[in-house]
Design a protein around this ligand. Structure first.
Ligand code: DCT
Ligand code: MG
Length: 386
């Protein structure tokens, strides 16, 4: 209650014209809101997202989440904000976010956003973390050593791991968004690879593309097998199948244009997380062979995430890998704070069964069941774009 009062107080400080404006209203958690890709407040949400990104790159995750939550509230509004008083009573809008919004509504831009965008540190962090395999801690260390761009990194003689070397080599390709057509083409290839190592296995495109996005920074796949246990060992087999196609024709695709695109995996760079069940790699998509180029083929590097899940965990993995990142974070926050449960991309666990000093795992075979267990209205993937 105190928080709500403070919030009303904060909003009224900024109110430009209190009369005749109906405030918007949205629920407090992003996982309670339907948010399509249609965004009536892109200027405001881009500004807040940039501040979130800057905070995240500076290892200030708390501030980052606060800006992400504020942006998500604005994304969910049915029309453009024109007046600060429309924001009265909305959740997740802290003083800092409100100042940024007010600045933009009054002046067209936010001085803080503009100066962040122009700051040498932010620019360097963006360039360096844009390299596959480089996180904010590594980038920060390099910046302190005077490395601000790719050329300085190349000249520095820093030791790079295998992923980072590939990231640097394919930097320009990786920076280019992946189109839905490319994602579907890669699905065809990975699907073929999956079918040849395990004919019954199934593959689903997850991440942003499942939410209806037309581009992404990578392509996310979730793979499972209808028989529990048969997914064990699938990832190493899949990776060696793909790797064995070095300089080898893998798939032939006819695109909508009268142009033929030949696709191959020239190489794959992998590093493993969670017992080889999650792999992030760079796939070289298309190829350089002269014959292909003569046919109008082309190639590029694309980031691909492969996830293998046992069928018993599939619904949790599907929900967890569909995103958006904030939607997932809010689902977990809802589960913990409102329901006394722990949600992950493997399971849902009820912490409240304390009588036997032990909680219990809750089974689910579909996303709908998980929402129901969490006491939430089902939100389809295309409305999870928080
Ligand atoms: N994910 C998550 N928490 C993270 C990272 C990822 O919950 N810290 C989940 C949600 C989205 C999914 O994994 C895939 O991650 P990304 O590819 O980073 O997200 P995306 O929505 O697919 O974004 P893009 O379209 O740019 O690839
Ligand atoms: Mg993705």
């Amino acid at each position: 209650k105190l928080q709500v009062q403070q919030h009303f107080h904060k909003c009224s400080e900024f109110a430009v014209n209190d009369s005749e404006v109906t405030p918007f209203s949205v629920p407090g958690y992003a996982c309670q809101r339907r948010c399509t890709l249609e965004n009536h407040n892109a200027v405001l949400t881009d500004a807040l997202s940039l501040l979130a990104e800057n905070a995240e790159l500076s290892d200030e995750d708390g501030r980052g989440v606060a800006f992400r939550r504020a942006a998500a509230v604005l994304k969910a509004l049915p029309s453009a904000v024109t007046n600060m008083s429309q924001l009265t009573g909305l959740p997740c809008l802290g003083g800092h976010s409100l100042r940024v919004i007010k600045d933009i509504l009054e002046n067209g831009t936010s001085s803080e956003v503009e100066s962040t965008k122009e700051s040498e540190r932010f620019k360097a962090l963006k360039v360096l973390t844009g390299i596959f395999g480089v996180g904010s801690k590594t980038a920060d260390r390099w910046i302190r050593e005077g490395i601000h761009n790719l050329q300085q990194l190349r000249d520095s003689g820093q030791t790079l791991n295998r992923a980072q070397q590939a990231g640097l080599e394919h930097y320009d390709d990786i920076k280019q968004p992946v189109s839905l057509a490319e994602a579907e083409a890669i699905r065809g290839i990975v699907g073929r690879a999956v079918a040849s190592v395990s004919p019954e296995a199934q593959i689903v495109l997850t991440g942003g593309f499942r939410r209806g996005k037309l581009t992404g920074h990578d392509v996310d796949f979730l793979i499972t097998h209808p028989e529990e246990g048969s997914e064990v060992g699938l990832m190493p087999k899949l990776v060696s199948w793909l790797e064995s196609r070095v300089s080898f024709y893998a798939a032939l695709l006819i695109s909508k244009q009268p142009k033929m695109i030949v696709v191959m995996f020239k190489s794959i760079v992998t590093f493993s997380k969670i017992l080889l069940n999650v792999i992030s790699g760079i796939f070289l998509y298309g190829q350089k062979f002269r014959a292909v180029l003569e046919m109008g083929g082309r190639w590029r590097a694309v980031r691909v995430d492969l996830v293998v899940s046992p069928i018993s965990q599939f619904a949790f993995a599907l929900l967890g890998w569909t995103g958006s990142k904030l939607f997932e974070r809010e689902l977990r926050r809802w589960a913990g704070h409102e329901k006394g449960m722990s949600l992950s991309s493997h399971a849902l666990y009820d912490n409240k069964q304390l009588s036997c000093l032990q909680g219990r795992y809750i089974r689910a075979s579909s996303e709908e069941e998980i929402f129901a267990h969490l006491g939430l209205e089902f939100i389809p993937p295309n409305e999870r774009n928080a």
